[in-house]
Write a protein that binds this ligand. Structure first.
Ligand code: AFP
Length: 324
């Protein structure tokens, strides 16, 4: 069976050439990252890097390797005006006539690296609309302005999942030829959910609305929801959202009282906005308890946000529990 390769898909979809170059640059560097992940302990790349990132989290060696590889690859592309990485304190200015700003989480779910479980690279591409010299201010655009967003999931197979604002497509890496081939087009998330995804160990720290919502899900058929729900938690947003794009459900990482000064654990510009763009493009909903995530005006690049996303009807029910 002949399958459409990523470059051909982008041309057929009339994606502007400069945007194509950014997406193809990310696709290419992801192959190198996937090879480092596959070698694992044999290449000496597992374990801690011995440093903390700007988020105050311990970095893994592969966080640093993936960050450096992506930075180098993107900074070489004339279309890239500037970069912001979850692992770096400041934005990086690139080409003065580049049209796009790229934000990325080089290796989401990095606590999974040392247990040989799924991780991924998440990216968001924004148009550059600001001043000649790139500043953090230029990146502070609501997620709805994204020109493209996606992720590369390093799992049993390596997959690139992408939206340029015209639906969601999934590509699988052909490891013999190092090229991504289209394997699913027009992804659609079922409106109703049968599965939810949350780190239950934090239950006692959630707000009352989330406590009540999850308690009712756990009551199953015998409770007010009148049906049983299954639960899954991979501890890598990229893998949990991939499951939702593949077979539906609800994912949430709520605000909790352990760090009341932080709005949530997940980062707006590196995780919530790009994943939110994909989920909305697949017909799902993406909210905080107060409103739609893609409408949030960011205040700084490392901002955090509570996230409720997935099946449209279930997300609305969850938000409703918070607003009662
Ligand atoms: P990293 O970006 O530090 O790898 O964190 C991953 C993550 O932000 C997100 O991908 C997961 O959903 C979440 O953390 C898992 O958090 P818990 O360890 O609290 O379950």
């Amino acid at each position: 069976m002949s399958r459409t390769a990523l470059p051909e898909f982008l041309s057929n979809a009339a994606v502007p050439n400069e945007l194509q170059s950014v997406i193809l640059g990310l696709a290419e560097v992801s192959v190198t990252i996937s090879q480092a992940l596959a070698k694992g302990a044999l290449a000496g790349v597992l374990g801690a890097a011995g440093a903390e990132n700007v988020q105050g989290e311990d970095q893994k060696k592969l966080d640093v390797i993936a960050n450096d590889l992506i930075k180098e690859a993107l900074a070489a592309l004339p279309a890239v005006r500037g970069l912001a990485s979850e692992e770096e304190p400041d934005v990086l200015a690139c080409h003065t006539d580049g049209q796009y700003l790229v934000t990325f989480d080089p290796l989401d779910g990095s606590s999974n690296i040392d247990i040989n479980s799924m991780v991924g690279t998440i990216f968001s591409v924004l148009p550059h609309t600001g001043s000649a010299a790139v500043t953090e201010q230029d990146f502070l655009q609501p997620g709805r302005q994204q020109a493209a967003a996606g992720y590369i999931l390093y799992g049993p197979s390596v997959m690139l999942v992408l939206s340029t604002g015209n639906g969601v497509a999934m590509f699988t890496l052909d490891q013999d030829q190092n090229r991504y081939l289209l394997t699913e087009a027009d992804i659609s998330i079922p409106v109703e959910a049968k599965e939810f995804s949350i780190n239950m160990s934090n239950q006692r720290h959630w707000v009352a609305g989330m406590q009540h919502y999850i308690s009712d899900l756990l009551l199953g058929k015998e409770g007010p929801r009148g049906k049983d729900f299954n639960m899954r938690w991979v501890a890598a947003m990229v893998a949990d959202v991939h499951r939702i794009l593949c077979r539906g459900g609800l994912f949430t990482y709520p605000w909790d009282s352990r760090k009341p000064e932080q709005a949530g654990k997940l980062r707006l510009m590196y995780e919530a906005n790009p994943m939110g763009f994909l989920v909305e493009q697949a017909g799902g909903e993406v909210w905080t308890p107060e409103g739609k995530i893609l409408d949030i005006q960011p205040e700084h690049i490392h901002q955090r946000v509570p996230v409720i996303l997935g099946a449209a009807s279930e997300v609305k029910i969850c938000v409703d529990y918070h607003q009662r």
